[in-house]
Design a protein. Structure first.
Length: 161
C-alpha cells in the first residue's frame, strides 16, 4: 500500500506492506535511526515519536495509520544546527547515561513543554511514566526537562500547526 506523511518537515511517499510498523518504516526505510526499538510491546517507550505533536509509541503503530500526518523524530528536534532546548537540557543536566531511552524521553518532554511551559516535578514524572530508563533513576531527566522549559525557544518544534 502507498503511504504519504511528513517526517521532520520532509515528505515521505513510499510503498509498504500494510503490516509494517512505524518504527521499522522510520528506521529501515528512511534511515532515521534515532528512534530506538526496545520491547515491541509498548512497555518501554524508547520508540516514542510525535504524531501531529502528540507522543506515540511507534513500535505498536502501523505506518499506514500515520499516512497523511506529521511525524517528528529526535532528528527533527535540531533545526539548522541548533539543538532544541530539550536536547540542550539533557546535555546540561546529564539527563542520560546509556542514551537508549533518551530520544523517546526528549520527544515526550517536547510535547509536554509545548502544552505546559512550566511543568511541576509531578507533571513531568507523570508525562514520562510510560517510559523506562534503567540507568538514571529519573532525577536528572526531570532536571533536564525543567532546564528545557526554562530555556525554551519562542517557537515550539514538533507541535501541530
Amino acid at each position: 500500500m502507498q503511504v504519504n506523511m511528513t517526517i521532520n518537515g520532509q515528505e515521505a511517499d513510499e510503498e509498504i506492506e500494510p503490516r509494517m510498523l512505524l518504527v521499522h518504516f522510520i528506521r529501515d526505510r528512511l534511515g532515521l535511526t534515532g528512534t530506538h526499538w526496545g520491547c515491541d510491546t509498548s512497555n518501554c517507550g524508547t520508540c516514542v515519536v510525535l504524531i501531529d505533536g502528540e507522543p506515540v509509541k511507534s513500535c505498536t503503530t502501523l505506518a499506514a495509520m500515520v499516512s497523511g500526518h506529521d511525524v517528528t523524530t529526535v532528528e527533527g528536534l535540531e533545526v539548522d544546527g541548533v539543538l532544541d532546548p530539550v536536547q540542550e537540557g539533557f546535555m546540561q543536566c546529564h539527563g542520560l547515561q546509556c542514551g537508549f531511552c533518551t530520544p523517546g524521553m526528549m520527544l515526550t518532554a517536547r510535547a509536554l513543554i509545548n502544552k505546559n511551559p512550566d511543568p511541576t516535578d509531578g507533571v513531568i514524572r507523570e508525562a514520562i511514566s510510560g517510559q523506562i530508563c534503567r540507568c538514571t533513576g529519573y532525577a536528572t531527566i526531570v532536571r533536564s526537562i525543567h532546564w528545557a522549559a526554562d530555556h525554551d525557544a519562542a517557537v515550539s518544534v514538533g507541535s501541530a500547526s
